[in-house]
Ligand binder design. Structure first.
Ligand code: ADP
Length: 749
């Protein structure tokens, strides 16, 4: 079978539902239509495949409109006993072959993906049997000699090997974090303890990440049981010490599959009993249950599902006969492919290793970043730092912000302070950015001074966009000397990077600047080099996406087009990503500019769309997309030209994008980047000359880039990196937003 023979594909969601599945189905359907394939949705998972009839429906472009923001899966999911039997799979094969479908996209957990692989491996036998039974003609069987399969993992647990993230896990983390934050405020009012039980029978991802994100006091996960017999006593000692140190609440997060080192389950109820009996604490248990599955998908899950769905169809088209079925995965923050059967096998082996109490091996299969995250967490939740080595020189490391406020700044400061203290050094907090440093607003930060900062939005230390000028440098050097500062950690945005670079290049003139400097990217704009994502941009994206969901709902009774203006300065990241995550039909970026012809074409599309019965238009515009074609201008133009057909409203989202409590990703990213930055400062301090660098995540890896590369990596005029990885997503955004398949040139097939 040549690849070109693929004509029809089907998509189904199966197993447990996961937020983001709808976005994946939408991406599969629209990409397929754009590639001139017929595409079917199978309702109710494998059950629908077995039953056929109107459970397998041909989809059009608009059939997947308005589902992106919805939780669960609109095409339904079910567990199917019949599909587990060969007889059921025979019906499934019949239903597929009859409709000339020979590509199947399965979105589900490891059970569902196993099912897909079984169907594929039996395919030719099943077709032969159908021919023998006279239910399929030999020609039909010949035409569909092979079933191409591609899988995507929909699972809130993030429990699949071969992909760094599964569809739904980020949203589940949002639900857990919101709940634990909310419980935390009531718990501290009453000085109570709380035990929160979260999902994860075989996987501690949600529990561990939620513990990092919320600053919980103790976490129990399946892969890494407490390594001592008296773990209850250890936990109680920690919590007691926390109370003495001034904590008003204690939170323990328990994964549902948590167990002790002998494999005995540890339940929330058991932890509650221990805390009550041994500490005399008023303790409550909350089992979060299905709340974790529900609700609108997060911005990340919408983005992830969209790019995976698109890649799944491309994979089906590109697959050669006999190719092994692939899992469309995310690896190192990029779409990747991995052999499906192998991923399922490894995933199952983690469970077996946990059962066999081979915890180190189970942990290793989860990947290095899981282990690192666990180690960082263990340090952060200590009530006091480890005893310091008296022979070690005590460094004084100063923490300063610069740039606009970014959610997650406080999280990063908390992590940095505790990691600095834990390594035996002193942490100084600088108030009000570089202006504060010039003016000597510097104070020592203790372990407990950052207590409760993990979930807090804003910037407790204060931030501004001041970049020290020539006349400030002398005062700055004097303050560094006066306070004996041995290193600077700058947590902030563009202004902070400029300031750090300034200090770095002025070392020859001011010996005080001969100290290590680390920059940690924290800005909602995501306009910094050396990191694919900055701390704060995920929270901002979620704020935009939620606001746009509401704006769209407000338009139910009218025919209306919104022009939504988002922040980002001259960087279009927020505009493009929120456009993809909210289903906007057009995104305007400074990187591309706006031409009058573009506006004409967009207007013509709007008019055609509304004439054809559409009720809502959505355009997203970066705040600086064009100096003259402003949001007001565009609204006026569309309004005037749209006449009676539709009206136009601007929605300038403004500072709601900078506020809010940091999202789980931003908290986790802030914590991990802070750990890397502190490490860097301590390593560089004894060197001559010490280094300067900016930390980041690049292709999923923690990296440090030399500060002297900054000018080369940046477009200084536009204040953004010269290379921006996310610009490569524009074609996908365009395909999915277009109000119909790409028009084919005349004469094309
Ligand atoms: P998940 O996909 O979330 O792991 P399940 O394990 O319940 O969920 O699997 C979902 C469905 O996939 C099952 O109801 C069944 O129809 C199908 N399935 C699971 N395992 C197999 C298998 N070994 N062979 C065939 N079908 C399977």
């Amino acid at each position: 079978m040549s690849p070109a023979s693929l004509r029809s594909i089907a998509v189904l969601t199966s197993g447990g539902d996961a937020p983001g599945m709808n976005a994946a189905v939408r991406a599969v359907v629209r990409t397929a239509l754009d590639r001139s394939l017929d595409v079917y949705a199978v309702y109710e998972g494998y059950q629908g495949l077995v039953e056929g009839g109107d459970r397998i429906r041909k989809m059009g472009w608009e059939d997947v409109g308005g589902i992106l923001h919805r939780g669960g899966t609109v095409i339904g999911t079910a567990r199917s006993m019949r599909f587990k039997e060969r007889e059921g799979r025979l019906e499934a094969a019949h239903n597929l072959a009859q409709r000339e479908i020979d590509g199947l996209v399965v979105i589900g957990g490891d059970g569902s993906l196993t099912g897909a692989d079984v169907l594929r491996s039996e395919w030719s036998d099943l077709l032969r049997e159908l021919v023998e039974q006279g239910r399929l003609s030999p020609e039909q069987a010949e035409r569909h000699a092979e079933l191409r399969i591609v899988g995507m993992v929909g699972s809130i647990d993030n429990d699949m090997c071969g992909t760094d993230m599964t569809i739904g896990a980020d949203t589940a983390l949002h639900r857990i974090t919101e709940a634990v934050d909310a419980i935390g405020s009531t718990a501290s009012s009453h000085q109570r303890s709380f035990v929160v039980e979260v999902m994860g029978r075989r996987c501690g991802y949600l529990a561990l990440m939620a513990a990092i994100a919320t600053g919980a006091d103790w976490v129990l996960i399946p892969e890494h049981p407490p390594m001592v017999d008296e773990w209850e006593e250890l936990m109680c000692r920690r919590i007691r010490a926390g109370r003495h140190a001034g904590r008003r609440k204690s939170t323990v997060i328990v994964a549902e599959g948590a167990r002790d080192r002998y494999g005995q389950p540890i339940t929330g109820a058991h932890v509650q009993k221990i805390l009550e009996e041994r500490l005399g604490e008023d303790t409550r248990t909350t089992v979060l249950g299905h709340v974790q599955r529900g609700g609108a998908p997060s911005a990340f899950d919408r983005y992830l599902s969209t790019v995976l769905g698109h890649a799944a169809v491309e994979q089906l088209i590109a697959a050669a006969p006999g190719d092994e079925p692939q899992l469309i995965a995310v690896h190192e923050d990029r779409v990747a492919r991995a052999p499906l059967a192998e991923c399922v096998r490894r995933t199952r082996s983690v469970g077996d290793l946990i059962d066999a109490q081979k915890h180190d091996e189970a942990m290793a299969l989860r990947g290095a970043s899981f282990g690192d995250a666990y180690d960082v967490y263990r340090t952060l939740v200590r009530t006091l730092p480890h005893p310091r080595d008296p022979d070690l020189p005590r460094l004084k490391l100063a923490i300063v912000h610069a740039g606009g406020p970014a959610p997650g700044m406080n999280t990063a400061v908390r992590a940095a302070v505790r990691l600095i203290l834990d390594r035996g050094h002193s942490a100084l907090g600088v108030r009000n950015g570089f202006r504060g440093l010039i003016g000597g607003q510097i104070e020592e930060l203790s372990w407990m001074s950052v207590h409760g900062w993990a979930p807090r939005g804003g910037a407790e230390l204060g931030t501004n966009r001041v970049v020290p000028e020539s006349r400030d440098l002398y005062d700055l050097a004097k303050q560094i000397e006066k306070h004996g500062i041995d290193g600077i950690l700058m947590i902030g945005g563009w202004a902070g990077y400029q300031a750090a670079h300034r200090l770095y290049v002025e070392r020859e003139s001011f010996s005080a600047f001969n100290i290590p400097i680390a920059c940690l990217p924290a800005t909602i704009d995501n306009n910094l080099p050396g990191s694919d994502l900055s701390v704060g941009c995920d929270t901002a994206l979620n704020a935009i996406v939620q606001a746009v969901d509401r704006i769209k709902q407000s338009a139910v009774a009218s025919r209306r087009c919104f022009v939504v203006e988002v922040m980002g300065r001259h960087c279009g990241f927020l505009a493009l990503m929120s456009g993809m995550a909210s289903g906007s039909e057009r995104v305007y970026l400074h990187e591309e500019g706006i031409k009058l012809d573009d506006l004409r074409e967009d207007l013509a599309n709007l008019v055609a769309g509304f004439r054809a019965g559409k009720r809502l238009g959505l355009m997203i515009r970066n705040e600086n997309a064009h100096a003259l074609y402003t949001t007001a201008f565009m609204c006026a133009l569309f309004e005037e030209e749209g006449g009676e057909l539709f009206d136009v409203r601007p929605a300038i989202l403004g500072h709601l994008q900078q506020g809010g409590d940091p999202s789980p990703f931003d908290r986790i990213r802030a914590t991990r980047l802070a750990a890397r930055a502190v490490d860097y400062l301590i390593t560089e301090a004894p060197k001559d000359p010490p280094g300067g660098g900016f930390v980041g995540f690049q292709s999923g890896k923690l990296t440090v880039t030399d500060l002297d590369l900054l000018p080369r990596l940046c477009d200084n005029k536009a204040q953004r990196p010269r290379e921006q990885w996310w610009l490569a997503l524009r074609p996908i955004a365009r395909i999915l937003a277009r109000p119909g398949p790409t028009p084919k040139p005349p004469g094309a097939a």
